[in-house]
Design a binder for this molecule. Sequence first.
Ligand code: SF4
Length: 475
Amino acid sequence: MDDKFDSTVTRSTPSADQPVPELSADLLARYAGPCPRYTSYPTADRFVPMSGSASGDQPWAALQDVETLSLYVHIPFCRSLCYFCACNKIITRQYGLASSYLDNVLKEAQWYRERVARAPVVQLHLGGGTPTFLNDGDLRRLVEGLGEIFDLRTGDDVEYSIEADPRVLESETLDTLRDLGFNRLSLGIQDFNPEVQRAINRICSPEQVQALTEGARERGFGSISYDLIYGLPGQNVASLEKTIDKVLELAPDRIALYHYAHLPERFKAQRLIDSDLMPSPSEKIAMQLAASRRLTEAGYVFLGMDHFARPDDEMARAAAEGRLARNFQGYTLMPADALVGLGASAISYSRDGYWQNHHSLKEYAGAIAGPGEAICRGWQLSADDRLRQWLIMELMCHLRVDKREVEARTGQSFSQGFRAELARLQPMFADGLLGQSDSELYVTERGRWFLRNAAAAFDVYLHGAEQTARYSRVL
Ligand code: SF4
């Protein structure tokens, strides 16, 4: 037990008036090992081969009776390589590639025309790669093309978002995006320090970001979020605090503060990073503590894991009211009955399971030219998967699990049914990160930093013979 804390266990509800608990480096270090992020359960690395032409019950059959739908489009192109990147992307300056890729995405969308109920699209997300690699004409062609197949809406009742690289986003494109119904903008900042930017090959001035942030606000984007990364080469506590101070001046509605996982043996781009510039594990922990403290002292609400929001942002309100959900883009306010993912490597889901497209552009294009879909793997959920999926999402989004609901679902007492899981969680109970009563298992205020660790205890696939080393470290 960490002697920095008393043993009082307080149930957690993210809110502005709730102080964010102090953490010690020792506690963070103990839970810093590799762990999935649980944007899905089972995690995508468990998927098995699956084909779009397979007969019988396939998870996409459930698209026929959805009442709300999410759409995701993966745009894999980027103009230059950021050395920290672990995404599925193609570095190119040849715009023609993007144009023909878009033809394929729209063709793939046609495959869903007969398979999905005409349900309102409550969420549209363009991710990448760099979605703003597309020129305004192609952004319009994409959204209008999707609108011919799916029931796209505009307004405050929908969440249409795009991941934007501030280096590749013109203010005219903000007009186009608003006109197409986009109301959320996510800007990849990472760090403002020039030396860090040089070390990761991603040069972007605070002035560029400021102009885009102000431009997006003037045009009525309801929420602007920044992605920041700690643990990058050349970063230290002082430099990161300066970045955070600049971020606080710009006051984005939401902030994701991600940990950089340096895995050069797995991601080729990361071999371009000078390993001598990498901060040590203890420096990374110090950075995480300093940055989080700075954000929360400035009034941001810590939602859990690595997400922060201004107290007046809908995400912070939703967290306080227990309305958060989670999907492949992280926390969301508008969970739909199903998600259709289009493009190379995109993942879809329905209540019955997951399915994923070919990863490489070549295989994706080849599949679309053939059967018109590119599904290569996926997962059909069993009853046990569904229970654990629900339980993990409850923990990660609502910070509690209602034991009586589990008992009603399984006909077995929680402590009997999850004996092994509760044993795995003992250190978290002892460290005051989790608590329980007769009726619930809950995350404490301090435990919000360790949601992945708590969820992992219920992941039945993680506790077989396989190792966890391929997952990114928590810190
Ligand atoms: S970090 Fe983003 S912009 Fe940079 S290479 Fe990766 S996907 Fe492209």
